[in-house]
Design a binder for this molecule. Structure first.
Ligand SMILES: *Cc1c(COP(=O)(O)O)cnc(C)c1O
Length: 449
């Protein structure tokens, strides 16, 4: 361990980590980055194919975003956002409205994804209270969902790894069994099914729809659950069902927005709009902590009244509307448009998926290769026929992760699911490289099982 690693471990408690693992794998000290490359202090390079927790959209140290932030920095770094405003935030909203699903037109700012989810939940709850639906007090969400780490966001999440210990203090949320296309209980295939599993949502709504204020979803892709992909038809049906029961549909597009699924937003695949949409991650290109909760005129209007009626949304975050973050977010939208980023990424996505299928699909223990946009996931299973998973204690994914790091590729498997979620600007040479290395590492680990 070098000096900086020792000092790091003296002071820093890293997120989502068992710190004891660092005895064996000390933190990698990154000094600079460019495109998809991260460079450490001792001369190693790592290909960041997880977009640094899915937020880096257009490469590290993107010259245009760097320039935009520097320009903003010399004018205004931050200002209180109640009663005060600034052109950068306004311009961002003008630009976002052009690309958002229709009907979403009121923007409330926060500084991380979980905070945006909390805000969406409070907004929906308060809306129903203020329009006379006082019986609507519960939330619904999908099983296997992930919406963040604060208490409210954890309540609507369902990944046991994150929620289990906190269950006694979480909200009582009704969970709709999520689509499970890899292990489809109806024996269908996600490319041409009729979402037979939607009957489970219908049943849950029959029971709890009347007392629910909102249903949250990660559209098309349950990320933390292991990059589980499901059809857009499910969202279209969910829109109709939510309307029937007067339940808000909250789209958590924190991971799926900004071209990750091949369109600007995952909901664009479904041709319907949610009532509230949460954005973060790609929003600033992975530069600055910012999130936005966008909603409709109808929801906004239910809070609009004389002050003493007490209907205002009294939610705030100190860093709401931060100008530096807004300047990055504007430049991200400019780049996506000027450089046809999503179109080009979709062309490359075909190539990426093809080589991944070619290299991995026939390997032992590979249960499924699934993809959406540039996101590709390889689910490893103990038994290819029964799809029985590996025991989590084996930490198969983690072993592959450690080997890949040594060879210059940053994967961060979700359990036994190895995935790639690279910046949209990844080039084909890097796709070849990272898939070759990942395959090598996977074979080594498999051989040792
Ligand atoms: C990352 C993520 C969040 C939480 O965002 P943070 O900024 O980490 O709080 C919420 N929902 C989804 C779908 C995410 O991927």
């Amino acid at each position: 361990m070098n000096y900086w690693q020792e000092e790091d471990l003296k002071y820093i408690w890293h997120p989502c980590s068992q710190m004891k693992d660092y005895e064996d794998l000390p933190p990698i000290v990154i000094e600079k980055a460019q495109g998809i490359n991260l460079y450490d202090t001792v001369g190693n390079c790592y290909k960041d194919v997880v977009s640094s927790w899915w937020c880096n959209l257009l490469g590290h140290c993107n010259p245009r975003i760097n320039q935009a932030i520097k320009k903003q920095l010399d004018k205004l770094e931050h200002v209180i956002f109640a009663n005060f405003t600034h052109k950068t935030a306004i311009t961002l909203c003008q630009k976002l409205i052009e690309v958002l699903p229709k009907g979403l037109c009121k923007f409330n700012f926060a500084d991380n994804g979980s905070a945006a989810v909390e805000m969406a939940m409070k907004m929906s709850f308060q809306f129903h209270q203020q329009v006379g639906n006082t019986h609507k007090k519960r939330f619904m969400a999908l099983t296997d969902a992930y919406h963040g780490e604060t208490i409210g966001a954890l309540s609507v999440g369902a990944c046991d790894l994150y929620t289990e210990i906190y269950k006694p203090i979480l909200l009582d949320v009704e969970k709709v069994p999520a689509p499970d296309c890899f292990r489809c209980p109806y024996g269908k295939c996600r490319d041409n099914c009729a979402c037979e599993c939607f009957e489970k949502a219908e049943k849950t709504f029959e029971k709890y729809g009347n007392e629910a204020c909102a249903m949250l979803v990660e559209p098309l892709l349950q990320g933390s659950a292991g990059m589980k992909v499901y059809p857009a038809l499910y969202l279209t049906k969910l829109r109709t069902l939510c309307d029937k029961y007067n339940v808000h549909l909250i789209a958590d597009e924190i991971a799926t927005g900004y071209g990750r699924t091949g369109k600007m937003f995952a909901f664009d695949h479904a041709g319907v709009s949610p009532d509230i949409m949460c954005l973060s991650k790609g929003l600033t290109g992975g530069y600055m902590p910012m999130s936005i909760c966008v909603t409709t005129q109808e929801i906004y209007d239910a809070f609009y009244d004389d002050y003493n009626k007490g209907k205002a949304f009294m939610h705030s975050h100190t860093y709401a509307g931060n100008p530096l973050a807004c300047s990055a977010a504007i430049e991200v939208l400019n780049i996506l448009k000027d450089e046809n980023i999503i179109e080009k990424a979709n062309e490359n996505a075909k190539y990426f998926n093809q080589i991944i299928r070619d290299k991995f699909e026939n390997l032992p223990y590979v249960g499924e290769v699934r993809h959406i946009g540039l996101i590709n996931a390889i689910e490893l299973v103990k038994n290819k026929t029964t799809k029985e998973p590996f025991e989590s204690e084996l930490r198969v994914g983690y072993q592959i992760y450690k080997k890949a790091l040594k060879k210059g590729v940053l994967l961060r498997p979700l359990g036994n699911i190895i995935y790639f979620n690279p910046p949209l600007i990844i080039e084909r040479g890097d796709m070849d490289f990272v898939t070759d290395i990942s395959k090598e590492c996977m074979l080594e680990v498999i051989a040792s099982l």
